[in-house]
Design a protein around this ligand. Structure first.
Ligand SMILES: [Zn+2]
Ligand SMILES: [Zn+2]
Length: 299
């Protein structure tokens, strides 16, 4: 992350970055979606209908932010299935027919928008498909609707990309199509001084947030310490009660922290060996729900 949310001013805003309505294959109207998320206590919602962009300006007020977007499906020239690219802050539809996926990402950027690589596990995407992509800022590490086939978690795909030097953040989202089974289960907690489109998007781009399906992250930092008498750094994290806290880095670096038998953890730390290129944290609570921090990029 470029900006540690736990060392940045502001308050927390809860949001979902991936949602469908009856304008594509969702079962709820545009207005119904915004109403439902607002009622559930969310602060912002991005509408991302397949190939469509809707005018959502009527749904923003002082306490709730509506962001326009779209989900785009360029063909895959690398042998795998069609891409699913979530575009945030998109204002005009893009006809992706015949476009290379990177041309689509550039077309989103040309409108001032930003791209998330959606649910790679569900797409069956591997590094063959994902490494050639240039310009996305995040990967969906959790996509709730993909739980329907047990492929909601794309941690391996994210780590594979991080291991190869891609600086990508993680996002948990619903990808809501229905009314219950894929709603309100995966979200981001964004730290921002204001609930405005500019402030929330900047916080997302800088990694000033964490992703969760339930557990809370209460503090996270990279601090000075010693290892074998030499100056070193460690990642420290405090969380809501957890059955495991895992620090992940490239290859075989990292550490899993477990509580004493029958207990739960609320703190863990990992002293860096010095060769880690990134470190991120995964938290699992007693019910199996998870949270993910963004990576500290160390080189
Ligand atoms: Zn999709
Ligand atoms: Zn979708």
């Amino acid at each position: 992350m470029e900006k540690n949310p736990f060392r940045s001013p502001g308050r927390w805003f809860r949001g979902n970055t991936h949602t469908h309505s009856t304008r594509s294959d969702g079962r709820v109207s545009v207005a119904g979606r915004f109403e439902a998320y607002r009622e559930k206590g969310y602060d912002f919602l991005v509408l991302t209908d397949h190939g469509k962009v809707s005018d959502i300006s009527a749904f923003t007020d002082n306490t709730f932010l509506a962001i326009s977007g779209s989900e785009l499906h360029p063909e895959n020239p690398y042998g795998g299935a069609t891409y699913h690219l979530v575009a945030l802050d998109l204002h005009e539809p893009i006809d992706v027919a015949g476009m290379h996926p990177n041309e689509v990402i550039q077309a989103v950027h040309a409108q001032g928008g930003h791209v998330i690589i959606a649910h790679p596990y569900w797409c069956g995407h591997t590094l063959f498909d994902l490494l050639p992509l240039e310009g996305g800022f995040a990967v969906e590490v959790y996509n709730d609707t993909c739980a329907g086939i047990g492929k909601e978690i794309s941690e391996v795909q994210w780590d594979d990309l991080l291991d190869r030097g891609k600086r990508l953040l993680g996002i948990a989202c619903d990808d809501a199509h229905g009314t219950e089974h894929d709603c309100f289960h995966g979200w981001v907690m964004v730290k921002s001084e204001e609930l405005t489109r500019e402030a929330i998007l900047e916080a997302l781009l800088k990694g000033c947030y964490y992703s969760t399906t339930g557990p809370e992250i209460l503090d996270l930092d990279l601090v000075e310490t010693e290892r074998d008498g030499q100056p070193a750094r460690k990642v420290v994290v405090r969380t809501s009660p957890a059955r495991s806290i895992v620090f992940k880095a490239q290859r075989y670096f990292g550490r899993r922290c477990l509580p004493p038998e029958g207990g739960l953890l609320e703190y863990a730390e990992y002293t860096l060996h010095g060769s880690e290129r990134y470190v991120r944290v995964e938290v699992t609570d007693a019910e199996g729900r998870k949270a993910w921090t963004n990576p500290f990029f160390l080189d």
